[in-house]
Design a protein around this ligand. Structure first.
Ligand code: SAH
Length: 218
């Protein structure tokens, strides 16, 4: 991510990393990704001064960028080594996409709101992020062309797990998705091992609804 780490906000970013450590985030590659990724460029100018607080922030179009600690815990669960192909459903601002670009070999990210898709694409271009491919469309059907994926992260809450996403998960891969109601969900992981899929419920979470063919219908 050449050009992304100017001196501006570096101290604030370092303090955020320290906060995450005190909250129990241990994965050094995740902490390093947070340290390298300028969250302030992904949030609207009106809330930029709060970019390095551990808070969710409004990003327009009725959507929110999650708390950094939520991203960090989510990413820690994937144990990425830098070799993986990852599918992200719900690009939003592109902040988590940028974190993933530091943690995996290739990132494929889908967003359904055109304005968010365009904005994220432009910021990632400006940051010179090269290993991310983006698609404007319905992520509940996945992105078959580049499947299977070693990890799939869904950044919005669904009523049930979209079947195409399970189909596009590689052997040994993990799918993380918030499942439940429109306002509250449980973060659930599905791991594909030896031809079966193992489900594990992780923690209560609150995400915006996943809208689409295999999500909420509006
Ligand atoms: N992780 C993001 C925030 C995601 S908010 C960040 O770092 O900024 C959830 C996003 O999922 C929103 O942008 C919303 O538009 C998108 N979304 C909802 N349903 C979707 C679908 N079916 N396909 C793709 N994106 C979807």
């Amino acid at each position: 991510m050449a050009g992304s780490v100017g001196p501006e906000y570096r101290g604030a970013r370092r303090r955020l990393v320290e906060t995450l450590q005190t909250m129990g985030i241990r994965d050094l590659s995740v902490l390093r990704a947070v340290d390298l990724t300028p969250r302030h460029v992904f949030v609207p100018t009106g809330v930029r001064h709060r970019a390095y607080e551990d808070s969710a922030l409004p990003i327009g179009n009725g959507q929110t960028i999650s708390q950094p600690s939520v991203h960090a815990r989510y990413l820690e669960l994937l144990h990425l080594t830098g070799k993986e192909r990852v599918l992200e459903v719900g690009t939003g601002t592109g902040y988590q996409t940028a974190l993933l670009s530091n943690l995996a070999a290739q990132v494929f990210s889908i967003e359904r709101v055109p304005a968010l898709y365009e904005q994220a694409r432009e910021i990632l271009r400006q940051l010179d992020v090269r290993n991310v491919s983006m698609l404007l469309g319905d992520g509940t059907i996945g992105w078959r062309e580049y499947a299977p994926y070693d990890a799939i992260l869904v950044s919005a809450g669904a009523p049930t797990v979209p079947a195409p996403l399970l189909d596009q998960l590689a052997e040994g891969g993990t799918l993380l998705i918030p499942l439940g109601g429109k306002d509250e969900q449980t973060l659930v992981s599905f791991e594909r091992r030896d031809g079966t899929v193992v489900r594990r419920d992780i923690a209560p979470v609150r995400f915006v609804p996943l809208l689409g063919t295999h999500g909420w219908q509006g």
